[in-house]
Design a protein around this ligand. Structure first.
Ligand code: ZN
Length: 76
């Protein structure tokens, strides 16, 4: 039996795959309707606060990374 190089988890190679939703950074609302192209949102509008800047939305992965960073910084 050969073990040892098995992938323990699958991750996207970069940020190419379209996420299930984007999160509005203004009000943290998940937005499910958006245009996605080449690893980034091109058109997205938050139905809650009206934010329509694609740069002001994050993917779920982005949010995880951010929250991990926040924990590390111990900012509270
Ligand atoms: Zn919003």
């Amino acid at each position: 039996m050969v073990t040892g190089n098995a992938p323990t988890r699958l991750r996207y190679d970069g940020r190419v795959a379209e996420p299930e939703y984007l999160i509005c950074l203004e009000c943290e609302t998940p937005v499910y309707v958006f245009e996605w192209r080449e690893g980034r949102p091109t058109e997205v509008v938050c139905p809650v606060c009206g934010n329509d800047d694609p740069g002001a939305f994050a993917t779920e992965d982005d949010m995880e990374e951010m929250s991990q960073g926040a924990e590390e910084a111990d900012d509270e």
